[in-house]
Design a protein around this ligand. Structure first.
Ligand SMILES: [Zn+2]
Length: 263
């Protein structure tokens, strides 16, 4: 019986290699359904606990930018998630996207991302984390750690194994992303915003604005990010490729016109 459990865990680990959108090898061993379920549960909890904006101008504006970004995804990526956007009433300049396609924007972000292009840069970065499966990767890594530390017990008691794995999925949603993942979300996000017809050059302005407001509690996308100079030079390296994508989008009539009517 113990051997059987050990064997199952081992085969899961061996079967779990995947490839990210930038061709990086990843270990992910939760199913998309498991991750989407956890993402949705966490999202509903946040909707219960954090006030949601009642400002329709904000909701419509953020939804407009999201629609362009989601439309630019491949059919496979778009259909693999049930995309949903909520604008929270919170002064932090922050945003997130959870597995399953659950996007949250804090309205404090609208004071820092001051054009539709800059907002698109943040949201495309967050969507980049989702389509690159980063939460699954984090959850899987933390489970590997858990399995390693408590291997003896786990192999003895199957309930513990199950508990450890569920716990891994949950904390995977809230662990900060690592630098490799952040850089990858930058690349995926830059190309995605350009394919949606937004001006990729404004991602540079956005990250400059972000660094300027850094503040006491760093938002998700500042906490584990590469040094600002490294990030800017990487974005600049990819800028001409991104501009080409934008021109293609424009020639297909993609010219986002999302307007935020500030009151
Ligand atoms: Zn990020």
């Amino acid at each position: 019986m113990n051997k059987l459990i050990a064997f199952s865990i081992l085969s899961v680990l061996l079967a779990a290699c995947a490839t990210s959108p930038t061709d990086r090898r990843q270990v992910v061993f939760y199913s998309e359904e498991q991750m989407a379920q956890q993402g949705e549960a966490a999202y509903r909890q946040m909707q219960d606990q954090i006030p949601i904006t009642e400002n329709r101008n904000q909701t419509n504006y953020v939804q407009c930018v999201a629609d362009y970004i989601i439309e630019a995804l491949s059919d496979e990526q778009r259909n693999a998630n049930v995309w949903e956007v909520t604008v929270f009433d919170n002064e932090q300049a922050n945003a997130f996207a959870l597995p399953g396609g659950k996007i949250g924007v804090y309205n404090g972000l609208l004071d820092v991302a001051v054009t539709q292009h800059q907002l698109a840069a943040v949201m495309a970065h967050e969507v980049g984390h989702v389509i690159a499966n980063h939460s699954n990767e984090r959850a899987s890594q933390s489970t590997i750690r858990t399995v390693g530390v408590t291997a003896a017990r786990i192999f003895g008691v199957s309930d513990t194994a199950i508990e450890a794995i569920d716990y891994g999925t949950q904390i995977g949603l809230f662990l900060p992303f690592n630098r490799t993942q952040e850089s990858e979300a930058d690349v995926v996000g830059l190309m995605l915003m350009a394919e949606a017809g937004f001006n990729p050059q404004q991602s540079i302005t956005l990250w400059e604005n972000m660094n300027a407001v850094g503040g006491q509690r760093p938002p998700e996308f500042l906490s584990t990010h590469p040094a600002p100079e490294t990030r800017m030079s990487r974005l600049n390296e990819m800028m001409s490729a991104a501009q080409t994508l934008r021109r293609q989008a424009q020639s297909q009539g993609l010219n986002p016109d999302c307007v935020y009517l500030r009151r």
